[in-house]
Design a protein around this ligand. Structure first.
Ligand code: ACO
Length: 355
């Protein structure tokens, strides 16, 4: 059964509120309608109320059970101005400067997420990755023991021979341009932890390179992946999260049992990996978009890891179906919120003095 079907069934029993800062976008409206119609929770659309209604009418989209918030007119606005000014990073900011930030719906949505007025947030449909990511990095607290925020893409592929679904998790496709071995360790462990949460299966994590267990390579990149593999094994053990980790591996040796055998690679990861960790953002982003364009896989993400609240920063090329599926993934993360994100109450980053 596709991953999304499983998760949707669970969400129906535990519906969640997902905030979309780009509420007037056509694809967002379509995705929100699907989310609401399937009774998975309440979509919250931010934006100009009249514009959202006009766009919905043009698409013949019924807005019943979809919440619309026009930030300036919201009863929360004043409170958010104060909360924002209470953050150490923005301290000393004038009312006008603060309002300029909050007029950017990404900031308003992030405050909703941080103060638990929404369970998950999906942005990036109309803006660059860095503009969508920055409010989240600046406002949402990091998960305990997660030093880096990174992202993953999920591909739900159908095996041509068996017809069975195979779910792959690829990271980091959107956030850290040149991760070092410590950051790769975080990326590997955080991605595997989320994979475990979403599939309930022990993840098999491969740290990728252009060599497989080379004994002779002195290449910096290969050495980095070897070091990241050791660090990730150690961290997974310390955190007691079930996962198998191996590296460095070539991508075919990680995914194809025949290649793994031909290269005499033993263990539970070679040939059977489902979590793929790339050496940098170039490799991950290119591989991810290539799989997306060339296969008919159901694709979700990028979903962020390392933050105390579920959020996704999608590509501007995402379709309404991609957006709907990604919303299901992040809303599902919110179901076991306490397990995944142990921090209680507000998750504003840094000391908030005015609450
Ligand atoms: N993990 C943890 N903290 C981080 C991270 C991270 N990965 N990145 C930045 N931060 C911290 C910063 O250190 C800073 O904290 P500080 O002020 O306390 O020191 C805070 O978050 C805010 O960061 P900024 O300085 O505003 O942002 P920065 O200049 O570091 O840039 C960004 C972060 C925007 C994510 C940058 O790394 C970037 O542009 N990444 C690539 C995005 C991209 O183009 N992706 C590809 C396309 S995505 C797609 O296809 C969907």
């Amino acid at each position: 059964m596709p991953l999304i079907t499983n998760l949707s069934e669970r969400l129906k029993r535990h519906p969640k509120r997902v905030v979309f800062p780009e509420g007037a976008d056509e694809r967002i409206l379509q995705a929100a309608r699907m989310f609401s119609t399937q009774k998975l929770g309440i979509p919250i659309l931010l934006g100009d109320r009249a514009k959202i209604k006009e766009n919905a009418a043009a698409l013949d989209i019924n807005l019943e059970h979809i919440r619309i918030i026009q930030p300036r007119r919201s009863s929360e606005y004043e409170g958010f101005v104060k909360k924002f000014q209470g953050l150490r990073r923005f301290k000393g900011m004038t009312e006008k400067e603060t309002e300029a930030y909050l007029d950017n719906n990404n900031y308003f949505a992030t405050l909703m997420l941080a103060t638990a007025q929404a369970d998950a947030m999906l942005s990036g449909a109309t803006v660059t990755a860095s503009s969508a990511l920055r409010p989240l990095l600046q406002i949402i607290q990091r998960q305990e023991k997660a030093n880096s925020v990174s992202s993953l893409n999920i591909f739900d592929l159908q095996e041509p021979e068996t017809g069975k679904d195979r779910v792959l998790f690829l990271a980091d496709c959107a956030v850290i341009p040149n991760p070092d071995s410590m950051q790769l360790c975080d990326i590997a462990v955080n991605t595997a932890a989320l994979a475990y949460h979403l599939t309930n299966e022990k993840p098999r994590v491969a740290l990728l390179s252009y060599t497989s267990k080379s004994l002779s390579s002195k290449n910096e990149g290969v050495i980095k992946m070897k070091a990241a593999t050791d660090l990730a094994r150690q961290k997974a053990k310390e955190l007691d999260i079930p996962m198998e980790i191996d590296g460095e591996l070539q991508v075919d040796a990680a995914l194809d049992p025949f290649v793994a055998e031909a290269k005499q690679l033993q263990g539970s990861v070679p040939g059977k990996a489902n979590v793929l960790i790339f050496p940098d953002l170039h490799a991950a982003n290119i591989a991810s978009k290539m799989v997306d364009v060339l296969t008919r896989a159901r694709t979700y993400g990028p979903i962020l890891t390392g933050l105390t609240r579920p959020a996704a920063e999608i590509s501007r090329g995402a379709t309404a179906n991609d957006i709907f599926g990604t919303a299901v993934m992040i809303a599902s993360q919110a179901i076991d919120h306490r397990l995944l994100y142990p921090t209680e109450g507000d998750t504003l980053n840094e000391d908030v003095t005015v609450l």
